[in-house]
Write a protein that binds this ligand. Structure first.
Ligand SMILES: [Zn+2]
Ligand SMILES: [Zn+2]
Ligand SMILES: [Zn+2]
Ligand SMILES: [Zn+2]
Length: 167
């Protein structure tokens, strides 16, 4: 039997990687900025700023569906050098994995708890013996891939200590 080290400091993670898009009006007296999409100068009255770069309104498009991202809620998503709208990002990279407790899929962008390589629904991240929930920073223990609270973990140790050793 392998007893894993006590685990500390589980992380709560938000997985969404979105970036804001700003629409700026171009000041007539500044020299025109280059567009990161087509590399030409932006001479329009408005330009978009996203990912620390400047874009024509027509050039900041979703790599999948070609929608103009400046118009679609002013958020863009990137992954593997692709610029995507939320819908396509979800479609392509939508699944986080399976919850280690209930083994159901975790939808993308849902908050998850991580412990080592396991991911859990927030609702599933509880002691699997007494159902105690943990707050961020609480101590929890992983044993045989079960999440345990400190009490149950220590009780388990006690029992093992007194159980006859079978080898
Ligand atoms: Zn352009
Ligand atoms: Zn799209
Ligand atoms: Zn779950
Ligand atoms: Zn417990």
């Amino acid at each position: 039997m392998v007893i894993r080290d006590p685990e500390e400091g589980q992380q709560m993670q938000k997985r969404e990687k979105s970036f804001g898009i700003q629409m700026l009006s171009v000041q007539p007296d500044t020299k025109p900025k280059g567009c990161a999409g087509c590399n030409r100068k932006i001479k329009d009255r408005y330009l978009l700023k996203a990912l620390d770069k400047y874009w024509h309104e027509d050039c900041l498009k979703c790599a999948c569906c070609d929608c103009r991202l400046g118009e679609v809620g002013s958020t863009l998503y990137t992954k593997a050098n692709l610029i995507l709208c939320r819908r396509d990002y979800l479609r392509l990279f939508g699944v986080t994995g399976n919850c280690a407790a209930c083994s159901k899929l975790i939808p993308a962008f849902e908050m998850v708890m991580r412990a080592k390589e396991n991911v859990y629904h927030l609702d599933c991240f509880a002691c699997q013996l007494c159902n105690q929930r943990f707050c961020v920073g609480d101590k929890f223990f992983l044993k045989n891939n079960m999440i345990l609270c400190q009490t149950d973990y220590e009780e388990g140790l006690m029992k093992e200590g007194y159980a006859p050793q079978v080898r």
